[in-house]
Design a binder for this molecule. Structure first.
Ligand SMILES: Cc1ncc(C[n+]2csc(CCOP(=O)(O)OP(=O)(O)O)c2C)c(N)n1
Length: 690
């Protein structure tokens, strides 16, 4: 039974919040700045249909991927009015503790629907919602948790968002995998100023998708409460039945400007604005309900209730203290429970991680394994002992990956746990984010480093999630990523290194193992971490036996941020990582006990202490890496060394890296740009003679 009173209350609250904010902002010259909402996005016109949608999102495992105009939906699924007002004011508590703009919301659901952490990027809400939908199926069918039966994910988006790659990526996933996912398109005919016919031909995405396979479609008037309720009932029933995804397009008016600073000048005529005003769904809702469903008197009472509740909440919101700076660095990464970390929603629980155990001591006499075999073995043992691990990427399933690292794993663990994906890196990472928030441990494969580029938005948003939500959400995923030069071959696409991008991306851990044993330990550490991790698999190590080492055991862990000193020396420190280790070792050997060689193993975090202590002892340092020189990670290390060990230095801090050109194809060109034993020796020699 539809609770129309609740729907009306919700729509009236949303309207009242927009009124309060807009009124305050209009008087900006006489109102103190701390009462202004700097990012005001009105939901006016979208509010009634969203409130009806909200009445259908009620399961404990339902989730919504939403956007900046979704406040009515949030209110409907449990956001308090005070939080709704306090967050846009930047006050403490709420979605982000004053860290993020108030229209970028989130809502962790404890036995209640979840609103996944939103982002400022239009279209980025779709693929995480698809990931949540896939995690529902995993919980239900693979982990045999019957409470997930009938659960669904909904993604809300405007008409312009249907032009984004995120929309199409999620649509492909949902329809090919028949996910329990609803696409809710609220079509107001405008992006900011651009009309809908620029986003999809004829301005009607539902019509254009009529022949799309596995997609149940409905298209209607979002200002008509009865029609909206009927159509929403149909799509929700379809999705909850397990029959696959649905898309509903509801037309709604945009009754305000796009956002506070926009005055609509030049792109919207007065007649168009008036025509939209005449479609206001709120009077239509009243007409639909009064007097048949709600009496005149009751409607009045409802308005009184809303005015009272919003008034009280506004007082509460304005009375909340502004955030103070002392906590600003917290929650970039997970904190230990001892530091007062209340576990965010997403990833494995502290108890689950503790139960998995782990040791930093390698077993003795393990068999020699090549790099790819070691990674496969680590994946296999973790898949065996942790039912929440899922491994996926392009060609990862049947083929076992183009580098054959996952060969045989699908056969052993089944298609639910090790699977191929559609060709969309944004889809792979966004889906992993949704799955991690849903409690799983996704281990993704990006086929080659360069092909992580399309996923940049999802990677960045994943990294900042814990901080942005003030520790309410986190998505600890693992991204395996082969890259770097191959055996006697390179090129600008398959041989990119560019690891510095991920060290610069906030919130990520970055592993750059140089050998099989470290690979096993670091991958295992990543799969038990509460932070997202990039795991770099160097192509030359995958293609040769350069990185072969003894298998260190099924419980072996290498903590992030712990370098390994491969060779002790007194006159110069050489710092390197990844495949360059194998060129620095023979170079260092030529200098007896003069060279101290450090394999960093991880660049985020990196072992500052190990490097600084060594340089203070030797007084000279050479950093060798494969990534290009300008703003490569060596620059960060060099700056730190210069700052911290200035008075201990006997020579300039030096770097040897690929000069700033893309990786070339022909062997002659490749060997000309890569540091090699000869060039490393020359550079060490030169520094020793300073
Ligand atoms: C990836 C990205 N590009 C551009 C923007 C700037 N921007 C914010 S909202 C918007 C229009 C979106 O319109 P629509 O999806 O129809 O939603 P509506 O605002 O109409 O509800 C644009 C271009 C953004 N936030 N993200």
């Amino acid at each position: 039974m539809t609770d129309w009173r609740k729907i009306a209350y919700n729509a009236l609250v949303s309207r009242a919040l927009d009124d309060v904010e807009e009124e305050t902002n209009r008087n900006r010259n006489s109102v103190p700045r701390e009462h202004l909402v700097l990012y005001q996005f009105s939901a006016r016109g979208h509010d009634v249909a969203q409130s009806i949608l909200g009445s259908f999102i009620n399961g404990p495992h339902d989730a919504a991927g939403a956007y900046y105009r979704s406040r009515p939906l949030l209110l409907a699924v449990g956001l308090s009015i005070e939080d709704a007002l306090a967050s846009p004011l930047g006050r403490t508590g709420g979605f982000s503790d004053g860290r993020d703009i108030g229209v970028v919301c989130n809502l962790p659901g404890v036995s209640a629907p979840t609103v996944l952490p939103m982002s400022g990027d239009v279209g980025s809400q779709y693929t995480p919602a698809a990931g949540w939908a896939q995690s529902i199926i995993y919980h239900r069918d693979t982990l045999k948790d019957a409470t997930h039966k009938g659960a669904m994910a909904v993604a809300l988006g405007g008409d312009a968002s249907v032009a984004t790659s995120g929309f199409w990526s999620a649509l492909t996933m949902a329809t090919t995998l028949k996910l329990p996912m609803l696409f809710y398109i609220e079509d107001n005919g405008l992006g900011i100023s651009v009309k809908g016919d620029m986003q999809t031909p004829g301005s009607d995405i539902a019509k254009n998708l009529a022949s799309f396979g596995n997609l149940f479609l409905r298209n209607g008037d979002g200002t008509n409460p009865a029609e909206s309720e009927k159509l929403l009932g149909e799509v929700v029933k379809h999705v909850r039945s397990g029959a696959g995804p649905a898309l509903i397009r509801l037309t709604v008016p945009r009754l305000s400007s796009h956002s506070g600073p926009d005055n609509q000048k030049g792109y919207r005529t007065d007649a168009e604005i008036a025509a939209d005003a005449a479609r206001d769904p709120l009077p239509k809702l009243r007409a639909h309900l009064v007097p048949g469903i709600i009496s005149e008197k009751d409607w009045k009472a409802l308005e009184g209730e809303v005015a009272r509740d919003v008034g009280v909440a506004l007082q509460g919101a304005r009375a909340r203290p502004a955030p103070t700076a002392e906590k600003i660095k917290r929650f970039v990464y997970a904190e230990s429970p001892e530091a007062g970390d209340t576990t965010a929603m997403g990833g494995l629980s502290a108890k689950e991680i503790a139960a998995l155990g782990g040791t930093e001591t390698a077993t003795e006499e393990g068999e020699m394994l090549r790099f790819a075999d070691a990674v496969r073995r680590a994946l296999r043992t973790e898949l065996e002992r942790n039912p929440k691990v899922v491994v996926f990427g392009e060609d990862v399933g049947v083929k076992g990956g183009v580098h054959l690292v996952t060969e045989g794993l699908q056969k052993k663990f089944g298609r639910e746990r090790v699977f191929d994906t559609s060709l969309s890196e944004e889809g792979i990472i966004g889906r992993a984010v949704g799955m991690a928030i849903g409690g799983l441990m996704p281990v993704t494969e990006i086929q080659f480093r360069k092909y992580a580029d399309p996923a940049t938005e999802q990677l960045n948003n994943c990294g900042t999630m814990r901080w942005r939500t003030a520790n309410r959400f986190a998505a600890p995923i693992v991204v395996r990523m082969p890259g770097g030069f191959g055996k006697d071959v390179g090129d600008p696409w398959h041989s990119l290194s560019a690891e510095v991008i991920f060290a610069h991306a906030i919130g990520w851990q970055v592993a750059m193992p140089s050998n099989s044993a470290d690979a096993v330990g670091l991958l295992r550490a990543a799969m038990r971490s509460s932070n997202p991790s990039i795991f770099f698999e160097h192509r030359s190590l995958l293609m040769t036996s350069d990185g072969s080492a003894r298998y260190p055991g099924d419980d072996f862990i290498v903590p992030f941020g712990k370098a390994k000193t491969l060779r002790e020396g007194n006159e110069i420190t050489v710092v390197t990582w990844g495949a360059m280790v194998h060129r620095c070792v023979p170079a260092a050997e030529q200098f007896g006990d003069k060279v101290e060689l450090i394999d960093l193993r991880t660049i985020a975090p990196w072992d500052r202490n190990a490097v600084l202590e060594s340089v203070m002892k030797t007084g000279r340092v050479l950093i060798v890496h494969e990534d290009t020189l300008t703003a490569g990670f060596g620059a960060e290390i060099a700056a730190t060394i210069a700052r911290e060990t200035f008075w201990s230095l006997d020579a300039p801090v030096d770097r040897l890296a690929v000069e700033d050109v893309p990786m070339p194809y022909h062997e002659n060109l490749l060997s000309a740009v890569l540091p090699n034993v000869t060039t490393i020796v020359e550079r060490i020699d030169a520094l020793l003679s300073v």
